[in-house]
Design a protein around this ligand. Structure first.
Ligand SMILES: Nc1ncnc2c1ncn2[C@@H]1O[C@H](COP(=O)(O)OP(=O)(O)OP(=O)(O)O)[C@@H](O)[C@H]1O
Ligand SMILES: [Mg+2]
Length: 282
C-alpha cells in the first residue's frame, strides 16, 4: 500500500494535511495519535469510504484514487475491521462469513462454507459456527468480524481500534488473533491505543497529530524514545491516563463539553479501556 500527498478536507476542516505512508507486503504498521488527529479518516481513504481531496492511494498495484478504477474490485482485496463489529444479527457466525463470499465473490455454498470454517478455526471459534452474534461475547464477535474479513482473501487488512469497545478481559484474545495474522505474514495497517501490541507486533509505528505524521519509526524508537514533544505528551496520556491533563481540543472532538464533569472526561481519555458505549457514564 502506498499513500502519497494525501489531503482530505470536510468543508473548511482540513483533516489530513499531506500524508505519505507506505506499507510493504507482510509489514505491520501501527498508527497511534490523539482523538481527532485523522487516523480513521486515513484508513477510510485507503478503501475510498472517504474520497481524498488530493493525493494518491495504491493498493496491491491498483490506484484506488484513479477515477477509472474498479473500486469494488480493489475493495475486495482490502479487509476492514472496525471498533463496532457490524455483524448481521439474524445470521449465524457461519452465515456472516459466507454471505459476502457468495454475493461479492460469487463462491458456491460449499466453497464459501469451507473457507468460513477455515477462518473460524484461525480465530479460535470452531465451536461457534452456529451461534448468533447475540450469543457471543464482544471479543468473540470481533473475532468473527476478523474471520469474515479474512474469508475474502484480502491482500491488506485495515484495523480501526478493533479492541477499544471491548471489556478489558476480552482484549487479549482479539490481539492474539491479530498477532497470529501478523506472524503469518498478513499486511496490516492498525490504528490502536494498545501500546504493548504496537511495541511487540508492529514493524513500524506512526504517530499522527493534527492530520500529519509527526514521526514514524521502529516501535522501540517511537513508543519508547519518541523524538517529538507531541509524541511524548500523547504517550504520557495513554500510558498513564489518570495523570493526564485533558487537552482543550479533546472537548470539541468528543462533544462532551456540556453535561459531563471531569470524571466523564477522564473516562473518555482512557481510550483503550472505554469504548463510546461506556463514555456516557455519569
Ligand atoms: N464525515 C465527516 N464530516 C465532517 N467531519 C468529519 C467527518 N469524519 C471525520 N471528521 C472530522 O475529522 C477529524 C478527524 O476525525 P477522525 O475520525 O479521522 O479522527 P481519529 O484520529 O480517528 O479520532 P479517534 O481517535 O477519536 O477515533 C475530526 O475533527 C472529525 O470531527
Ligand atoms: Mg478513529
Amino acid at each position: 500500500m502506498e499513500i502519497t500527498g494525501l489531503h482530505k478536507s470536510f468543508g473548511d476542516l482540513e483533516v489530513l494535511r499531506g500524508i505519505d505512508l507506505s506499507v510493504s507486503p507482510g509489514e505491520v504498521v501501527c498508527v497511534i495519535g490523539p482523538s481527532g488527529s485523522g487516523k480513521s479518516t486515513l484508513l477510510r481513504c485507503v478503501n475510498l469510504l472517504e474520497e481524498p481531496t488530493s493525493g494518491t492511494v495504491t493498493v496491491a498495484g491498483a490506484e484506488v484514487t484513479d477515477p477509472d478504477v474498479d473500486i469494488d474490485r480493489v475493495r475486495r482485496r482490502i479487509g476492514m475491521v472496525f471498533q463496532s463489529f457490524n455483524l448481521f444479527p439474524h445470521l449465524t457466525a457461519l452465515g456472516n462469513l459466507t454471505i459476502a463470499q457468495r454475493r461479492v465473490l460469487g463462491r458456491g455454498k460449499a466453497e464459501a462454507e469451507e473457507t468460513a470454517r477455515h477462518n473460524l478455526r484461525r480465530v479460535g471459534l470452531t465451536d461457534k459456527e452456529s451461534a448468533y452474534p447475540a450469543q457471543l461475547s464482544g471479543g468473540q464477535q470481533q473475532r468473527v468480524a476478523i474471520a469474515r474479513a479474512l474469508s475474502m482473501d484480502p491482500r491488506l487488512m485495515l484495523f480501526d481500534e478493533p479492541t477499544s469497545a471491548l471489556d478489558p478481559e476480552l482484549v487479549g484474545d482479539v490481539l492474539a488473533v491479530m498477532r497470529t495474522l501478523a506472524d503469518e505474514g498478513m499486511t496490516m495497517l492498525v490504528v490502536t491505543h494498545e501500546m504493548s501490541f504496537a511495541r511487540e507486533v508492529a514493524d513500524r509505528v506512526v504517530f499522527m497529530d493534527g492530520g500529519v505524521i509527526v514521526e514514524e519509526g521502529a516501535p522501540e524508537q517511537v513508543v519508547v524514545e519518541p523524538r517529538h514533544a507531541r509524541t511524548r505528551a500523547f504517550l504520557a496520556r495513554v500510558l498513564d491516563p489518570a495523570a493526564a491533563e485533558l487537552p482543550a481540543a479533546r472537548d470539541e472532538e468528543s462533544g462532551t463539553e456540556s453535561g459531563s464533569g471531569p470524571g466523564a472526561q477522564t473516562a473518555a481519555e482512557t481510550g483503550p479501556e472505554t469504548g463510546p458505549e461506556t463514555d456516557a457514564r455519569p
